[in-house]
Write a protein that binds this ligand. Structure first.
Ligand SMILES: Cc1cc2nc3c(=O)[nH]c(=O)nc-3n(C[C@H](O)[C@H](O)[C@H](O)COP(=O)(O)OP(=O)(O)OC[C@H]3O[C@@H](n4cnc5c(N)ncnc54)[C@H](O)[C@@H]3O)c2cc1C
Length: 487
């Protein structure tokens, strides 16, 4: 057997590629094993939400995505008429970025290769054996059987994850009970607004822009919702449903991709089994309502990447890996609950329509709209305090800050130059950030771990009252607060 890898990532979808980028950035020897010989041209996901754009910005990658996507200042919950206003969110990215999954994957794969990651395409993992020192993978590629040994393996291999099954991790939940269809088509008579949703007693139709000259149409048709997942979709079926529900077929033609999808909903019982971890769809699947699955997968990868690198390379305590499951599984659970709630609202009975009207009216209240927007955008995700060594200090620590997500604060250096917080996190290191002028020393702190800490002093942005009493903080590589101390 050849060299022992530090980490083998199984699955080169968005989650696996993002994770590989994070690991490689931290200097971990990582390789990706992906079943498909070629990248997928079709795009299931179309949306990057604010927190995902922040995650990309934490590594200086947002520009590559922004130039390939189209921002829309709203999101949606169950395609309700009242859309979620993202423009009021406290972030540098107050919008949904419409960008096809195929583009997201291509950009992440390019970044992974820049960082020196080998992405083995056409490699299907079929066997997994774990011992106290590492994990052995075996599978097939065009060249025949391959074997790999790694100290850790991450299953980012999607809904039917072989890694999850081979590691004996249960995936409890519910089977498909209804299906819906999508079509990526050209429209001779597109709607006048960029994104529309129509729901009535005949069903629901959503039309959103996808790429120049291509729209995505999603249809929930009560007359067709018992169609089996595997029944191929035809343009005639799509046209018939859309015309019956929306009163027009928008002049649809030239289908690029027609697909049927379902509401199977499951959450992995554990995200970790010894040296095997799960992320993305391998850990959670649900009806794709609200455009969240890919986003949560990227965010899983961001949470896991620096932790796995720290344990594999930097002598961090093994329990740090348990914190991945502790922090991210509740997010997966919340994702399932919100998509189940949305599924209940996607229907055409009198009762469902009345509930939709009620919910839509409620969402006109700015406070409620904001809460839903914070949740769908994932900006509301915070964690409990992580066990990171803290210094002995004269000023008290501020426990309420631990685990909080930080936006890209517009910090300012003493010489007057701007310093966006995220730019200090591009290398993926920890940041000991003193807020205030240069004359004040940062706390003396030299733990064994974390060892990769950047030290910085800068002024807090004006108008951020909540920072007034904060003397500084230790920022985790994923932009959440480790601990903060009082001014
Ligand atoms: C119709 C539809 C619309 C959606 N729209 C959105 C949206 O707008 N926004 C959003 O955020 N999400 C959306 N999603 C969800 C999103 O597509 C998924 O959450 C996302 O693809 C998950 O990424 P992943 O990398 O975890 O898994 P995947 O994308 O499934 O990638 C897993 C990879 O692992 C590979 N693999 C599998 N088994 C093996 C093996 N044994 N060995 C090696 N490789 C293997 C696969 O080939 C695949 O490339 C949508 C989903 C559907 C079905």
């Amino acid at each position: 057997m050849a060299e022992v890898l530090e980490v083998a990532v199984v699955g080169g979808g968005p989650t696996g590629l993002m994770l590989a980028c994070e690991l490689a950035l931290a200097g971990v020897r990582v390789q990706v094993f992906e079943r498909r010989a070629e990248p997928v041209r079709e795009s299931r996901a179309l949306t990057l939400h604010p927190r995902s754009l922040e995650v990309l910005a934490l590594r200086g990658l947002e520009g590559r995505f922004l130039e390939r996507g189209r921002p829309l200042p709203t999101g949606h919950f169950a395609m309700l008429d009242t859309r979620l206003d993202f423009s009021v969110l406290d972030t540098r990215f107050p919008y949904t970025l419409f960008i096809p999954q195929a583009v997201t994957e291509a950009l992440l794969e390019a970044r992974a290769r820049e960082l020196g990651v080998t992405v083995h395409r056409g490699y299907t993992v079929e066997v997994l054996r774990q011992d106290t020192e590492g994990v052995e993978l075996e599978g097939t590629s065009e060249a025949g059987v391959f074997r790999v040994r790694a100290r850790f393996v991450v299953g980012a291999d999607g809904a039917r994850s072989a890694v999850r099954r081979l590691a004996g991790i249960a995936f409890p939940g519910t089977d498909v009970t209804r299906t819906a269809v999508l079509g990526d088509v050209a429209l001779a008579a597109p709607p006048s607004q960029p994104a529309i949703g129509i729901t009535n007693t005949r069903g629901g139709v959503m039309v959103v822009p996808m790429a120049p000259g291509v729209h995505r149409i999603v249809v929930n048709d009560p007359l067709r919702e018992q169609a089996p997942l595997r029944e191929p979709v035809t343009l005639d079926e799509l046209r018939e449903s859309v015309t019956r529900i929306a009163g027009t077929d928008f002049g649809m033609k030239e289908p690029r991709w027609l697909s049927r999808f379902g509401n199977e909903t499951r959450l992995a019982e554990r995200y970790r089994d010894g040296r095997v971890l799960l992320a993305g769809d391998a850990a959670h699947i649900h009806f794709p309502a609200g455009g969240q699955g890919l986003n949560v997968g990227l965010q899983d990868a961001m949470n896991l990447g620096w932790k796995l690198a720290a344990v594999a390379k930097d002598g961090a305590p093994d329990v740090l890996l348990d914190s991945y499951a502790l922090e991210r599984r509740p997010v997966g659970d919340a994702l399932l609950r919100n998509t189940l709630a949305q599924t209940a609202l996607i229907g055409a009975t009198q009762e469902t329509l009345a509930l939709r009207t009620l919910m839509s009216d409620l969402l006109r209240a700015p406070k409620l709209n904001r809460e839903f927007a914070d949740s769908i955008s994932a900006l509301d995700v915070g964690y409990a305090a992580l066990d990171v060594p803290s210094p002995q200090m004269d000023t008290p620590l501020l426990p309420e800050w631990s685990g909080r997500r930080l936006g890209d604060l517009a910090l300012r250096k003493d010489d007057g130059t701007d310093l966006p917080l995220y730019s200090a996190l591009h290398p993926g290191r920890w940041l000991l950030l003193g807020l205030g002028d240069d004359s004040r020393a940062l706390p003396r702190w030299k733990p064994g771990w974390p060892s990769n800490v950047t030290h910085l002093r800068a002024r807090a942005p004006a108008g951020r009252d909540e920072l007034q009493n904060v003397g500084g903080m230790l920022v985790r590589p994923d932009g959440h607060v480790g601990w903060a101390w009082a001014a």
